[in-house]
Design a protein around this ligand. Sequence first.
Ligand SMILES: [Zn+2]
Length: 294
Amino acid sequence: MSKEEKQNQQTETESYNERSSYRSFDCGSFTVEGFSRGPVMTFWRVPEFKLGFDLGWQPWEFMGVPRYFLTHTHLDHILALPAYLARRMMMDMERPTLYLPEEKVESVRRAIDAMAEVNGSPLECELVGVKPGDEIEISRELIVSVCKTYHSVPSVGYVVWERRNKLKPEYAELSGPEIRDLRASGVEITAETRVPRFAYLGDSSPQGLDENPAMYEADVLVAEMTRLDGPVEDETQSYKSGHLSVGDYALRRDKFKNKKIIAGHFSIRYSQEEIEEAVRQFLPDMLDGRLVLA
Ligand SMILES: [Zn+2]
């Protein structure tokens, strides 16, 4: 089969655009919905948190998400941005907030302005540049932190933390009235604890996981598995790739403490069969059943 015939076959049999569907993963107290194929489209949301991650595509029902966190500006991760803004304008919804690597704010602003001109009406949003180490307060309960990731353009990952105020251990033995009196006297009896609930890597070579422990600890991790090759002898090769392979997962299998790991962004050059076979080969127990494929 010629290269062109193979390409035609792939575009016909794996018409993800036409399918326009997405997967829904029940993660206990929240749901993760979306889909990802490199370099076709990547889009996710956690409806309970009202947060979206990457905008490579947008099902109509995702339009209500008021905040999107963009990992990087490759088109398969931001292609639906102008449509998302136009839809919200048309439906009289408040302007959304988009977080993205700070290096790209200006060029994305120019792209939105150009699309507004093409569209013939304004496309309003707030663009917030972020860098690794930043923290964004979403609500009393939720904070999003920004992590360094490694890709071929400026990129970041995100972790959603749930914060809870817990009684400090030194007061654990006290009775209800004693605690009330202490609090009334102005003593700080609680301390904030943070639990990583959801981590989103975006596109990255393995350092994006290794350098951000919360990626391995979050209840749910959404990460990429673009390539299906095995572990390489020289890890620096993996570092240069800007992506993860199934072999990179196999090498790190003991590091994943997550309750659920959702892997996606498989290259479109692989069929579903090839994906499943490679994952079975390198990770036969699906990381103790915690790994699911998007
Ligand atoms: Zn990319």
